[in-house]
Design a binder for this molecule. Structure first.
Ligand SMILES: Nc1ncnc2c1ncn2[C@@H]1O[C@H](COP(=O)(O)OP(=O)(O)O)[C@@H](O)[C@H]1O
Ligand SMILES: [Mg+2]
Length: 255
């Protein structure tokens, strides 16, 4: 008798081989192709199945929101798509690249050059100014200085913060800090923008400003956006809403 764990491991191996052989029907127009992923956290005594055979697609230029109860696997899903972690089994393609089988360095490179992240807690570096926070990913990506300056100014103008360039995060309002985080996430011209509850900490009016900004980026720059939100009023401002429960997509609504 093989243990359950051993069988799971063997299954994961086979699924990875299939993924490598491109045995999934990749949609070439999709920015995100997720095929039957599971994510199992092994905590010794208990096993948490955070994702349980989930498949989904996001087309290029689409704005998709994800909603679901706390613990349903939303952040775990974003982590897989954002190449922050590997699924236990299944395949994740972002812009045609299988991100599930990369090593750490490849994943870091992919994130620096192709992905933008916005989190609920803005994760700004407190000792850096607005300008420097937006510039930081470009320094890591080794973008030359004159090009960095050009891009930082472009995105700060886009989010309406060109006159807050020299402010530290503590000298900005919550909504302004989130706009810096958005400018930062855009500075590397990401193919995909990933937002995990970007409006969680703000009041309703500012929430709406942030969402309006995301909608404009989607329409004007054709920016593909995948956003988790707990707010139904925010969720329905996307093109399409995916509902999650127990690590699966249980429903989809098109607007
Ligand atoms: N690093 C981890 N180790 C163990 N369990 C985790 C870890 N991250 C998430 N989980 C568990 O996986 C499930 C899904 O979590 P998460 O994706 O954060 O849910 P959501 O974002 O929908 O609230 C939860 O039961 C959570 O406790
Ligand atoms: Mg979460």
């Amino acid at each position: 008798m093989k243990s359950k764990k051993k069988r799971e491991l063997e299954k994961a191996k086979i699924l990875k081989i299939l993924a490598d052989k491109n045995d999934y029907q990749l949609d070439p127009n999709a920015m995100i192709n997720v095929f039957d992923i599971t994510k199992v956290y092994d905590l010794g005594e208990v096993e948490v199945r955070a994702l349980d055979g989930l498949s989904m697609k996001v087309q290029k230029g689409e704005f998709v929101s994800v909603m679901g109860p706390s613990g349903s696997g939303k952040t775990t899903l974003l982590n897989m798509i954002g190449a922050l972690d590997n699924p236990t089994s299944g395949a994740v393609y972002v812009n045609g690249i299988n991100v599930a089988n990369m090593d750490d360095e490849e994943q870091t490179n992919l994130r620096l050059r192709n992905l933008g992240f916005i989190f609920q807690f803005y994760n700004l570096v407190p000792v850096l100014t607005t300008f420097e926070n937006v510039e930081l990913p470009l320094i890591f990506a080794e973008v030359p200085e004159d090009e960095r300056i050009r891009r930082v100014e472009k995105y700060l103008t886009l989010v309406g913060l060109e006159d807050r360039k020299d402010h530290l995060p503590a000298e900005l309002s919550g909504g302004e800090q989130q706009r810096v985080a958005i400018a930062r996430s855009l500075s590397n011209s990401p193919a995909l923008l990933i937002a995990d509850e970007p409006t969680g900490e703000l009041d309703t009016k500012k929430d709406m400003e942030i969402i309006t900004l995301l909608q404009e980026l989607n329409k004007d720059l054709n920016q593909t956006i995948l956003m988790v939100t707990h707010d139904p009023a925010v969720g329905k401002l996307a093109d399409r809403l995916l509902k999650m429960r127990d690590g699966r997509i249980i429903d989809e609504i098109k607007f």
